[in-house]
Design a protein. Structure first.
Length: 114
């Protein structure tokens, strides 16, 4: 089982990034997926969640209206489109698979700074 995040980097406030999480080793289409983040000195918190068929998504209040979670079951990939980024969005972002087993990726760093 493997979850590999990518797409992180340095972006200016107000900018955008799209994170990807490529899954392998399990039946991706049977698993709900989520994105979480952990800022410096903070606990890991949930950011966005999507059901296995992509029919339902929900978001933390802090990112609602700015972030969009989506998935492509044909590509075994979940995405997080992040717009209007703020310095407080700076974190390591992790994807998680929810199912008979729960799996985590190793994370990708997003830094929002001018």
């Amino acid at each position: 089982v493997q979850l590999v995040e990518s797409g992180g980097g340095l972006v200016q406030p107000g900018g955008s990034l799209r994170l990807s999480c490529a899954a392998s080793g399990f039946t991706f289409s049977s698993y709900a997926m989520s994105w979480h983040r952990q800022g410096p000195g903070k606990e890991r918190v949930s950011v966005a969640f999507i059901t296995n068929d992509g029919g339902t998504a929900n978001y933390a209040d802090s990112v609602k209206g700015r972030f969009t979670i989506s998935r492509d079951n044909a590509k075994n990939t979940v995405y997080l489109q992040m717009n209007s980024l703020k310095p407080e969005d700076t974190s390591v972002y992790y994807c998680k698979a929810w199912g008979p087993g729960n799996y985590w990726g190793k994370g990708t760093l997003v830094t929002v700074s001018s």
